[in-house]
Design a protein around this ligand. Structure first.
Ligand code: C2O
Ligand code: CU
Length: 599
């Protein structure tokens, strides 16, 4: 079993064991001996199964089991032991209260998993134990009127302990560790892009105006959208390596404001378009001019970063393609996938779009996922190579066929192939949405296996990014109770905290930085760092065996552990967040901060 399956089985075992312990208690209390025995056996089996899954999960990493090993299992074990001892000494029928306590302990462990998770703090643990104590005392009080006084005392002590723990837990933590301010501090606002192209390059000027518009999909369906220049996607921006790209953004009537973030492009920090971090949002009637040098060749995209979940979903995004100095020959198609009000579309084509190519033509498809969740792309009728991921060329990409490409939210793959004579089609999520590159019937692709990029292509000699890092961080992703922008919420958390309370990752310019992303939850998190590409070192403890994999967005699925590294060579304050933008809104965002840079 992999970690994801273990997490699911563990959850099931936890729920069954809690229910079975409670069931045993209820059956014993109501004098149903047969049922009580059956429930007791079920409780024992589920509890043992849980111990087994926790041991197996521990093997995948301590993050997955810390709450279980330090709290849930000991609490359950102690309560069950108390019930066992009582039952042996005085008979099962006299063990009702400790049996209830065991049930409460089971429920408490389950609640803890959903409400707090990792890392389990002493205050949270104490509050949980107190909760079990209060519930047990109340049960005791109800069952044994003669013991009212003792039960009341036990309940009061538990309650006091619980309240004490809760106050401890919610006391504001001291100011988060920040770098010692150096003598000269550079402001993010001063870290602006160059004003000249590289020698031989030109200045590519664009003007984008953000405004509301009604757009019409190919099916005729009309959608109320937020657009750049009245179209979705926004204008396709293109440049040649070495050009200076200058984009004047004007906000006509987007009420919440808008910015431009160059996803995957390592622009200077002041051009990054992160509102509240690198600039203020551009309000209606205002404008902002972005400048950056087109030094990275490949497939990128841009989108608003202000109220980004809503804004991008409604259409505030477009593509950015940078060609090398010596242009690529052949057909070059950009394929931005987006969901408009439930309709999956490429551009505005919410069905199959015809784009016939003659046999022998060399074709490049630039697949871009602009949604919040991964999409599955299949190319039928031809073999192909994945020549780039997130704009970065892969080394020695081999020919593959009949494999599916699962592209993370925000990520891009470039495919290259020569048109054969038969029918060829690109489809999204195995549905009738995509590109028909030549007419004919298309096979069922739903059973095709997924290509794993961590073992695709050819390795190179190794990279200095594999050395011992100067800074090393761990991000454990989960859900839990936390403050999000000051309000209590059931948040998407990193190490138990949510934005803006997740400690900054503080680095110095030149540092080799590594970080590990662990997903102990049940949802996929496409992780995205601004301003830097990261080299994937390992996934689930296995080193990358294929081409070096430089990415700006990587999907961390439930139970997965990714380890990546980068060189801190682009000073600033950078967002590091989940690109399921709804999750980012719910707190899953933090900052990478260079020493000596002030917001
Ligand atoms: Cu594409 Cu911070 O985002
Ligand atoms: Cu997420």
């Amino acid at each position: 079993m992999n970690a994801q399956q273990l997490i699911a089985v563990d959850l099931l075992a936890a729920a069954v064991s809690a229910a079975a312990w409670l069931g045993t208690a209820i059956a014993v209390a109501s004098g149903r001996g047969r049922i009580a025995l059956a429930a007791l056996i079920a409780a024992g089996v589920a509890t043992l199964a849980r111990v087994g899954t926790v041991v197996a999960l521990a093997d995948q990493g301590w993050w997955f089991v810390q709450d279980k090993v330090t709290l849930a299992l000991p609490l359950l074990g102690l309560a069950a032991a108390a019930a066992g001892v009582t039952a042996m000494a005085r008979g099962l029928s006299r063990a009702v209260v400790p049996l209830f306590m065991t049930g409460y302990a089971g429920i408490c462990g389950l609640l803890f998993l959903f409400l707090f998770g990792y890392p389990a703090s002493p205050a949270q643990a104490m509050a949980s134990v107190a909760l079990v104590g209060v519930a047990t005392a109340v049960t005791w009080w109800l069952r044994h009127p003669a013991a009212k006084r003792a039960a009341t005392v036990a309940g009061a002590v538990s309650l006091a302990a619980g309240l004490g723990a809760a106050t401890l837990g919610f006391l504001p933590a001291g100011p988060s560790a920040t770098a010692t301010p150096p003598h000269h501090t550079v402001s993010v606002a001063d870290l602006r892009g160059p004003t000249e192209p590289a020698p031989g390059g030109t200045v590519k000027r664009y003007a984008l105006s953000a405004r509301q518009a009604e757009i019409t999909l190919a099916s005729g369906r009309k959608v109320a959208a937020w657009t750049f220049d009245g179209q979705v996607p926004g204008p396709a921006l293109t440049a040649t390596e070495g050009d200076l790209v200058e984009v004047r953004l004007t906000n006509v009537d987007i009420p919440d404001g808008v910015t431009l973030h160059w996803h995957g492009y390592d622009v200077r920090n002041g051009e990054d378009g992160a509102p509240g971090v690198t600039q203020d949002a551009v309000r209606p009637g205002e404008e902002f001019v972005y400048r950056f040098r087109a030094d990275q060749v490949g497939t990128y995209w841009y989108h608003t970063h202000q109220v980004s979940d809503r804004g991008v979903r409604l259409g505030l995004y477009g593509t950015l393609i940078v060609q090398p100095r010596s242009p690529l020959s052949g057909t070059d198609l950009t394929v931005p996938v987006h969901t408009f009000g439930g309709a999956l579309a490429i551009g505005t084509h919410d069905g199959m779009a015809d784009n016939p190519q003659p046999p022998g033509a060399s074709v490049r498809l630039r697949l871009i996922n602009t949604d919040n969740t991964p999409h599955r792309f299949t190319l039928s009728g031809t073999s192909f190579r994945v020549v780039a991921a997130d704009g970065n060329d892969l080394n020695g990409p081999g020919e593959v066929r009949e494999v599916a490409l699962r592209i993370a939210a925000g990520a891009r793959y470039d495919l290259a192939f020569t048109m054969p004579s038969g029918p060829v089609a690109l489809r999204i999520d195995d549905r009738a949405v995509g590109l028909a590159l030549s007419p004919g019937p298309h096979p069922d692709t739903s059973a095709w296996p997924e290509l794993d990029l961590t073992s695709y292509g050819t390795p190179t000699g190794g990279s200095d990014l594999q050395a011992r890092p100067d800074k090393d961080f761990t991000l454990v992703l989960d859900r839990g109770l936390a403050l999000v922008d000051g309000k209590p919420a059931y948040a998407q958390t990193v190490n138990g905290k949510a934005h803006p309370n997740i400690p900054d990752q503080v680095v110095a310019e030149g540092d080799l930085v590594a970080f590990t992303v662990v997903n102990r939850g049940l949802e996929t998190h496409p992780w995205h760092l601004h301003g830097h590409r990261v080299l994937v070192l390992a996934k689930n403890g296995r080193l990358v065996t294929g081409s070096p994999l430089l990415l700006d967005t990587f999907d961390v699925r439930p139970g997965e552990v990714w380890r990546v590294a980068f060189r801190a060579s682009n000073p600033g304050v950078w967002m590091n967040h989940c690109h399921n933008l709804a999750h980012a809104d719910q707190g899953m965002a933090l900052h990478l901060v260079y020493q000596g840079i002030a917001r």
